[in-house]
Design a protein around this ligand. Structure first.
Ligand SMILES: [Zn+2]
Ligand SMILES: [Zn+2]
Ligand SMILES: [Zn+2]
Length: 490
């Protein structure tokens, strides 16, 4: 419904219609206006990223620098960001949706227990994503959240335990735990209970009670401890189940000798050790039998001293991998960064995935990363890679401002899983554990042990061990290895 006196767009020159934007120098057609609005750019005057559509002395600048009211601003809050529709921003729209969903009809206000959910979601870096989650026909997660807000369903872990363990429910449950509405929980620990019950059904009745105690009070307690320091991974969860299975094997072996966990003698245990050849996970159980007084008379030979760390990744290979991670755009940026943190700074995968954005800083035009307690300037092009990742991360789906994870995971409030990155690195031929050892070896050769400890956060004792190892010439070390081990060339 264009009319004869509609002005022409000052950018593209085409006739505008009633949907035009009015700016001081004329009019903007809907298309040009949207393009400017959706694609903010650094303003040539103030350098702030904003929609640039205002002429000021031949320069196209932001509304602020042109000294005019922005036609792109949300009519409710004045923000030019996160547009959603023509006149309102996504955040204002989200606030309305969230209030409607979370209102407790008995008070007419947001359900007080769910206030942290409201506060967190309203702060989403990408409010559009959350709006989608709360869309007109919401998914099961949003529906359940509404039921909780209205008091139709209790806000407890038990509610979730009675529901399907799928992604949608998992997302909401993680969100509630991440913002403190529910107690923290860990899916690995959560699954361990039912696994243990199922496993106990398969063992002889007479072993059940002891194995239940060992599993519940010892193994799961250790899992909780690992979780509390952020080290519970699929690997440790697998190891936990393995320890229960091994404990059951020991008991079965004792059965064969006609003794029980309570009556077994050291000779019986030695018999077991002899039959197994190599011990794998028994120490925890036997120690537990002793410390809990079930059987204070038996003990296993102490585990052998850890041998000198063996380096299996040669220096050339390490630099090839570094080169590939620095330059190969077909690898995901976060994987490249994580791989480089291992190969350049000897960081553990478990520590890398748990890094916070607060560990990144800028000073003197350089990007720094603090792994332990000293900020280290990142060499180019790793600095650009990290800077790019930070920008990209701002756009990431579930990143929410409060978590601050450098590598946010798929579930709210959680960082990315170690396996996620490890798998991708292994796919390009980098085993993170081996790579890290090679890096430690090289760093220890170059940097005095106490300094190394401060830089990359290993204990001084550990750093000294590596330095001692590295002090031997690299070549002779490799030669030693090829002599003492296989003829395989490293
Ligand atoms: Zn136009
Ligand atoms: Zn400006
Ligand atoms: Zn707004």
């Amino acid at each position: 419904m264009s009319e004869a006196d509609d002005p022409d767009c000052w950018i593209c020159g085409k006739a505008t219609n009633w949907q035009r934007y009015e700016v001081p120098q004329g009019a903007l057609c809907l298309g040009c206006g949207r393009r400017r609005h959706y694609h903010p750019a650094p303003c040539p005057v103030c350098r702030v990223r904003r929609p640039l559509a205002f002429l000021d002395d031949q320069l196209v600048v932001c509304a602020g620098c042109a000294g005019v009211a922005s036609p792109f601003a949300c009519r409710e809050c004045g923000s030019e960001e996160h547009l959603y529709g023509r006149h309102r921003c996504a955040r204002c729209f989200l606030r309305e949706r969230l209030s409607a969903l979370l209102t407790d009809p008995t008070t007419g206000e947001v359900n007080s227990r769910l206030q942290p959910v409201f506060d967190t979601l309203i702060e989403s870096e990408r409010p559009q994503t959350t709006i989608w989650w709360l869309r007109k026909k919401p998914g099961v997660g949003a529906v359940l959240l509404g039921q909780m807000a209205r008091g139709e369903v209790p806000i407890t872990h038990d509610t979730f335990r009675g529901l399907p363990q799928d992604l949608a429910h998992g997302y909401l449950r993680h969100l509630l735990a991440a913002v403190g509405v529910l107690e923290p929980f860990d899916p690995y620990i959560e699954r361990m209970g039912p696994w243990l019950d199922g496993f106990l059904d398969t063992v002889p009745e007479r072993h059940r009670e002891l194995l239940r105690r060992f599993g519940r009070w010892h193994v799961m307690k250790q899992m909780r401890h690992s979780a509390s320091v952020g080290r519970l991974s699929r690997g440790t969860a697998d190891a936990a189940r393995h320890r229960v299975r091994i404990a059951s094997k020991v008991l079965a072996y004792f059965d064969g000798l006609g003794v029980t966990a309570q009556t077994a003698t050291q000779a019986n245990l030695d018999h077991y050790v002899h039959s197994r050849g190599r011990l794998c996970g028994e120490h925890g159980f036997i120690r537990w039998l002793r410390t809990t007084g079930v059987n204070p008379r038996i003990r296993l030979p102490t585990q052998p001293q850890r041998p000198d760390p063996a380096v299996t990744v040669g220096e050339d290979h390490r630099w090839e991998l570094i080169d590939q991670l620095l330059h190969d755009p077909s690898i995901k940026p976060y994987t490249r960064i994580a791989g480089l943190f291992t190969l350049l700074f000897a960081q553990r995968m478990a520590d890398i995935v748990a890094m916070k954005t607060s560990q990144i800083s800028h000073a003197d035009g350089l990007l720094h990363v603090t792994f332990n307690n000293t900020a280290i300037a990142m060499p180019p092009p790793l600095d650009n890679l990290i800077a790019g990742h930070l920008t990209e991360r701002g756009m990431s789906l579930h990143a929410s401002r409060d978590t601050g994870w450098l590598f946010p995971g798929g579930s709210p409030g959680r960082h990315i899983a170690t396996e996620n990155i490890r798998k991708q690195l292994v796919a390009i031929g980098l085993k993170p554990y081996e790579g890290r050892k090679a890096t430690l070896f090289q760093l220890a050769a170059d940097i005095p042990a106490p300094v190394l400890g401060d830089l990359i956060g290993i204990s001084h004792k550990n750093a000294a061990d590596w330095a001692r190892l590295a002090a031997r010439d690299w070549r002779s070390y490799i030669a030693d290895r090829s002599l003492s081990q296989s003829p395989r060339q490293t």
